[in-house]
Design a binder for this molecule. Structure first.
Ligand code: G6P
Length: 603
């Protein structure tokens, strides 16, 4: 939530800041702003709206922003309405600040300032940081003022401060992400590397408690005890192209089109054609623990949670170990009972989701062995867990998650087969089948794209949908319904088809269509056919996804025949496309749906 960028070097900062903010817009997009040092003064421009609105404002009114040092911010409001005054940066004549996170003790600090006659003008917690810095600057150097201020803050924050009287950007990190992009005689900062990959491949990931002082040719870092520390410079080879739309109208469609490749990338160096699985090095956990594992706890949010629900069935089937899947925001406040040999798995595309991160911390404090499955390199959840297996989906920009989901499934399946093998099961056939999945996914995307677009046209004006599935298709129904909600704002509910008769059937009538997901496997298929009869008897329209057509369906999306265990990889694709095209017909902002953000770093 909220994206930060910064630049210090010999180039004009404005373009770098605006490009970086555009790449970070997935983190929040209700208001935006920049501050740049120009002719010894801090110039700030900010506005309600998106980066494009900020850019137009700059073009119209602020053509003279020639400075080479600056900071920028794109916001997802937590404290204070999303308007221009609350947009970051927050500034005084001497200092300007951008912040991602929440200052928990801001009221306490505000009282302190009020006693000195200093008052807040905005509704934000962040303004307090700018006011404190300005206050301490009266009697101290910028560095001293920065340290004094940061030491007063409690909560989560990634902060970048720009000072009129020093050519140093100052950063502080606690809980929220902050990365320094290292260039030649120039340095960059951002919430996430996607904002910087067009400028550098060298990154320093700050750790919690770190303070950093950045000049164009120098980076100095101090830890929370103010001792100088060296943080490794890591090279990351994400291509700049991968973070661009590449001819697609939206990132979401591009990312659906990339799903087969994302799964291929995720599995190809980890399994081979003989059915060998090479995960030991990455997992790096005691093999005896995995052999004697007696339970698994999976925790995640949103789409990642549904990947966990799918994988539960596969993990249990191929390892014989009981698996619990929990929503992170509930798990962390529950009273879970763990068995002796438990493995705790946190799944997160961003690696930042606050509830998932705190659940992971909870698990660590409970003495569990932890593994994370994460897409964003070096993110908090990736670094916190005892070990991490990366999904290799590349940057996912659209807020609604697609290619990360199938890549998470790929990792979870490999993990199930790997643990199964350690426990003496023969999983060779399944491991080999996984290798063939990306090609089938590619065919499915190519064959269904136009058809789904056509079908979506006749369904886009309904206000409610039911998504029904059994077995592995139940979590896929949940994910399909979530996609529709997220980007089309249509109410949609995923349900186990067999549970329909215990409530949701009351909703069925001609204006409530059902999306029925039913590959041809018994006992599921025939039972689901009965459910479809029940829907038809109540005049409900049906969109059916299957490899075996039923005449009861009003619309039919034919899918490739595939081993039942792997159906989630295939059946989720037309559901993502269905949500995409409905949102397109409704004219919504698909990549940045209202009220949502990709990276949810608040509870
Ligand atoms: C947000 C996003 C979802 C995502 C969820 C979990 O709600 O909009 O697309 O599934 O967070 O995110 P994570 O990064 O932890 O997978």
């Amino acid at each position: 939530m909220c994206g930060i960028v910064g630049y210090i070097g010999d180039k004009k900062a404005i373009n770098i800041l605006l490009n970086g903010l555009s790449a970070l817009e997935y983190r929040g997009y209700d208001s935006a702003g920049i501050s740049i040092i120009c002719n010894n003064a801090i110039e700030t421009v900010k506005t309600k709206g998106k980066i494009i609105d900020l850019a137009s404002l700059i073009i119209d009114k602020h053509t003279d922003l020639n400075g080479k040092t600056g900071i920028g911010h794109t916001r997802w409001a937590t404290h204070g309405a999303p308007n221009t005054i609350n947009a970051h940066p927050h500034f005084t004549k001497r200092v300007s600040v951008v912040h991602n996170g929440i200052i928990e003790n801001y009221r306490e600090l505000e009282e302190l300032l009020n006693k000195k006659g200093i008052t807040r003008k905005t509704g934000t917690d962040t303004e307090i940081i700018a006011l404190l810095l300005d206050y301490y600057l009266k009697n101290s150097t910028p560095k001293e003022a920065f340290i004094t201020t940061i030491k007063l803050l409690r909560g989560s924050f990634a902060i970048a401060a720009l000072f009129k009287d020093t050519n140093t950007l100052m950063l502080a990190k606690n809980e929220s992400p902050l990365v320094i992009g290292v260039g030649e005689n120039e340095n960059f900062i951002a919430s996430d590397i996607s904002a910087l990959i067009q400028y550098t491949q060298q990154f320093i990931f700050l750790e919690d408690g770190d303070l950093a002082f950045i000049e164009k040719g120098k980076v100095e870092i101090e830890d929370s005890s103010l001792n100088p520390v060296k943080r490794e410079i890591k090279t990351i080879h994400w291509s700049a192209e991968s973070a661009k739309k590449g001819g697609y109208k939206h990132f979401m469609l591009k990312e659906i089109a990339e799903e087969a490749q994302a799964v291929r990338n995720t599995i190809q160096s980890r399994i081979d054609e003989k059915g060998n699985i090479f995960l030991q090095e990455e997992i790096n956990l005691d093999e005896d623990l995995l052999k004697t594992l007696d339970s698994v706890t999976v925790v995640a949010c949103g789409t990642s949670y549904y990947a966990g629900l799918c994988a539960k069935q596969i993990l249990e089937k191929f390892t014989g170990v009981a698996v619990k899947v929990e929503i992170a925001s509930e798990f962390r406040y529950s009273y879970p009972v763990f068995s002796k040999n438990n493995l705790f798995i946190a799944i997160s595309q961003s690696g930042e989701t606050a509830d998932t991160k705190e659940s992971l911390r909870f698990a660590q404090n409970s003495g569990l062995t932890t593994l994370s499955i994460v897409n964003v390199k070096e993110s908090a959840i990736a670094r916190m867990a005892d070990s991490c297996i990366y999904t290799l989906a590349g940057p996912e920009i659209s807020v609604a998650s697609t290619k990360a989901f199938v890549s998470q499934l790929a990792v979870l399946y490999m993990l199930a087969f790997y643990i199964g093998k350690l426990k003496g099961k023969d999983v060779t056939k399944e491991t080999k089948t996984l290798l063939s999945v990306p090609n089938i996914m590619q065919t499915v995307f190519e064959k269904t794209d136009e058809l789904v677009k056509h079908i979506a046209k006749s369904y886009h004006s309904y206000k409610n949908f039911l998504y029904l599935g059994r077995g592995l298709m139940y979590p896929i129904a949940l994910e399909g319904a979530l996609k529709l909600k997220e980007i089309s704002y249509i109410h949609a509910e995923g349900y186990p088809a067999g549970e329909m008769k215990h409530g949701p059937i009351a909703l069925i009538e001609e204006n409530t269509p059902s999306v029925v997901i039913s590959p041809d496997f018994e006992p599921f298929y025939s039972k689901t056919m009965s459910n479809m009869e029940e829907i038809k008897a109540r005049n409900g329209r049906i969109v059916m996804l299957s490899d075996k057509k039923s005449d009861i369906a009003d619309s039919f999306i034919e899918l490739e025949k595939i081993d039942y265990n792997f159906t989630p990889f295939v059946y989720v694709i037309p559901l993502q496309l269905f949500a995409y095209y409905i949102a397109l017909y409704l004219g919504h902002d698909i990549d940045q749906p209202r009220n949502l953000a990709k990276s949810v770093t608040v509870e």
